[in-house]
Design a binder for this molecule. Structure first.
Ligand SMILES: *[C@@H]1O[C@H](CO)[C@@H](O)[C@H](O)[C@H]1NC(C)=O
Ligand SMILES: *[C@@H]1O[C@H](CO)[C@@H](O)[C@H](O)[C@H]1NC(C)=O
Ligand SMILES: *[C@@H]1O[C@H](CO)[C@@H](O)[C@H](O)[C@H]1NC(C)=O
Ligand SMILES: *[C@@H]1O[C@H](CO)[C@@H](O)[C@H](O)[C@H]1NC(C)=O
Ligand SMILES: *[C@@H]1O[C@H](CO)[C@@H](O)[C@H](O)[C@H]1NC(C)=O
Ligand SMILES: *[C@@H]1O[C@H](CO)[C@@H](O)[C@H](O)[C@H]1NC(C)=O
Ligand SMILES: *[C@@H]1O[C@H](CO)[C@@H](O)[C@H](O)[C@H]1NC(C)=O
Ligand SMILES: *[C@@H]1O[C@H](CO)[C@@H](O)[C@H](O)[C@H]1NC(C)=O
Length: 490
């Protein structure tokens, strides 16, 4: 690199001071060399930008007189160029001088698009490019093959997307700073040239719902010098660190892949609790022909979907400790015939959601449900419609009572129906609309029958006694005869 700078310095100094005496020119040359060797230091491989050294910033670029017309100014002894809101006077600068420029700063690049191919074409020797406070939204093309450019700094622009290959052909590139822009997502790790060192990405409105797992892969993620400082801004992970989010995503993926039961399930993180940073996971094993609930559920899972399977047993909810904190369980359209086993267990008194629509439930211990819901302040939703509940006097009347008591939790109560078992064709009734007469009479008929018989007999006996009384009275009145039983009395 120094070999390329040295002749240029000689040229430019000779061009800048043609009338000076030889000694003075020599002195100037030495001073310039000293200055440049300090500013354009390549020994350790990193280019120290001029505008840094000159303490130059774009912050107040609009106040510069050139900003009104979009002019550029050369500085740093003409190795550098800064342009305010445009490059309108570039044609007025001799082309050979432009071609030698090493450092370009665009304050307020006036367009939404930046085309590296054409916009950088006048500067073949450029080593450092800075674009700040700009409407820039995108690079219309990737950077072309470039051999000197080492540092790119784009800040305070509206840059919102960047192609993975954008910088791939900038062979000498070492540092890219993209902080303070509007970047939302990357489609993957940026493809960067061989000797690349540091990429800065913080202070952008990153959407961590997107995939940034590559940040955790050492050789790809370590290039992102500030990866610890990247904060998410999407709704789901707002204010969480991107690395934390990606760490949990990878952990969850590993957990789900390493348990055979869960291999075909979809495992997602749906939230990270603020402050404590506890992740919350959802596992979706719907429609996978499962015959049983999975034996293992990753820690921090709160929701599981097991809809549309062939599960018959809910015992794991009671027995398997991995379900302890799975508060939302969806078991719609399975083959569950009974939830009696849940009675009195920890899970039944702590769940938040249990959906059992479309199963084969006929009866359940209603008192147990009552107790569980009574003791469970978290219970929010319990769905039981679409089951062949039995219409029997005792069960159905109790069931209806519970439905009404917990109607806010059992929100599909209006759709819960029961079947009359002994009546064909099968008759269905809406449990909430059922009355005692509907359900109790036909069922209780056989039990009532002997009583009725007894009543009949008793009534018959009463009539018999009364008529005997009348007969005796008649005989006594007319013939003075008392019934023989009176004679026998002592
Ligand atoms: C802009 O550049 C043109 C051409 O070099 C020059 O004539 C003009 O004075 C400059 N204007 C400002 C405000 O610097
Ligand atoms: C970026 O875009 C927003 C609106 O889309 C605009 O208000 C803002 O001025 C732009 N920023 C810059 C630096 O041009
Ligand atoms: C890029 O520019 C910004 C704003 O001027 C500055 O804060 C930052 O340090 C620069 N980055 C590098 C790597 O020099
Ligand atoms: C983030 O990405 C997700 C998934 O692509 C998308 O649904 C969501 O709308 C995005 N959010 C923002 C704020 O861009
Ligand atoms: C997952 O799906 C594959 C292909 O459909 C199947 O062969 C395998 O048995 C499934 N694994 C489980 C645990 O269901
Ligand atoms: C569950 O959350 C805790 C933080 O509360 C974390 O330490 C642990 O690694 C998480 N486990 C899984 C499997 O994500
Ligand atoms: C769960 O997976 C099933 C089948 O893949 C899908 O139809 C359903 O929408 C998923 N449910 C949720 C809540 O993601
Ligand atoms: C009841 O069932 C009907 C038809 O299946 C459905 O449209 C409605 O949303 C259900 N209502 C409740 C509260 O589940």
């Amino acid at each position: 690199m120094p070999t390329t700078t040295a002749p240029m310095v000689v040229e430019s100094s000779s061009a800048a001071a043609p009338t000076l005496s030889f000694e003075l020119r020599l002195l100037l040359l030495m001073a310039l060399l000293a200055l440049l060797s300090g500013s354009v230091r390549v020994a350790n491989g990193e280019y120290i930008s001029h505008h840094y050294q000159h303490n130059f910033t774009c912050v107040d670029w609009k106040r510069a007189p050139e900003a009104a017309v979009g002019n550029c100014t050369r500085y740093g002894r003409y190795g550098a160029l800064r342009c305010y809101g445009g490059i309108n006077n570039l044609p007025a600068i001799p082309e050979q001088k432009v071609r030698r420029l090493e450092e370009i700063v665009f304050c307020g690049w006036p367009e939404r698009a930046f085309n590296p191919l054409t916009d950088l074409q006048p500067f073949p020797k450029i080593r450092s490019l800075t674009i700040e406070y700009s409407e820039l939204r995108e690079f219309v093309l990737d950077f072309p093959e470039m051999f000197y450019l080492q540092s790119i700094n784009i800040s305070w622009t509206n840059l919102s997307q960047i192609n993975a290959r954008t910088f791939k052909r900038v062979h000498a590139l070492r540092v890219v700073d993209l902080r303070w822009n509007k970047l939302v997502q990357l489609d993957g790790p940026l493809l960067l040239p061989r000797y690349f060192e540091k990429l800065y990405l913080a202070e952008n409105p990153w959407n961590c719902t997107r995939n940034f797992k590559w940040l955790l892969i050492p050789e790809k993620g370590e290039m992102v010098a500030d990866r610890d400082e990247i904060i998410c801004t999407d709704k789901k992970y707002k204010e969480r660190h991107m690395l934390t989010v990606m760490n949990y995503k990878v952990m969850l993926r590993t957990e789900c892949q390493s348990h055979a039961d869960l291999q075909n399930c979809t495992c997602t993180m749906h939230h990270i609790i603020p402050k404590t940073h506890i992740p919350l996971y959802t596992i979706n094993c719907s429609n996978l022909q499962f015959h049983a609930m999975p034996n293992y559920i990753p820690a921090n899972t709160t929701t599981i979907y097991l809809n549309d399977n062939q599960i018959t047993d809910v015992l794991p909810l009671r027995n398997n400790p991995t379900y302890r904190h799975v508060v939302d369980v969806h078991l719609d359209n399975n083959r569950i015939e009974s939830i009696d086993v849940l009675e009195g267990g920890y899970w039944f008194e702590h769940f938040r959601l249990l959906s059992l629509r479309g199963n084969e439930l006929q009866k359940m211990p209603v008192y147990a449900l009552d107790n569980a819901l009574d003791d469970n302040p978290n219970a929010n939703l319990l769905l039981l419609s679409g089951n062949p509940w039995q219409c029997t006097c005792i069960f159905t009347m109790r069931f209806r009572e519970i439905l009404m008591k917990y109607i806010e939790i059992m929100r599909d109560a209006g759709n819960i129906t029961c079947n009359y078992k002994h009546i064909s064709p099968l008759r269905r009734a809406n449990v909430l609309a059922i009355t005692r007469e509907d359900v109790c009479k036909p069922e209780e008929e056989p039990k009532i029958y002997p009583l009725d018989l007894l009543n009949g007999v008793l009534a018959f006996l009463i009539v018999l006694i009364l008529s005997k009384l009348a007969y005796d009275y008649y005989h006594y009145k007319n013939y003075g005869r008392v019934p023989w039983i009176v004679m026998k009395l002592p």
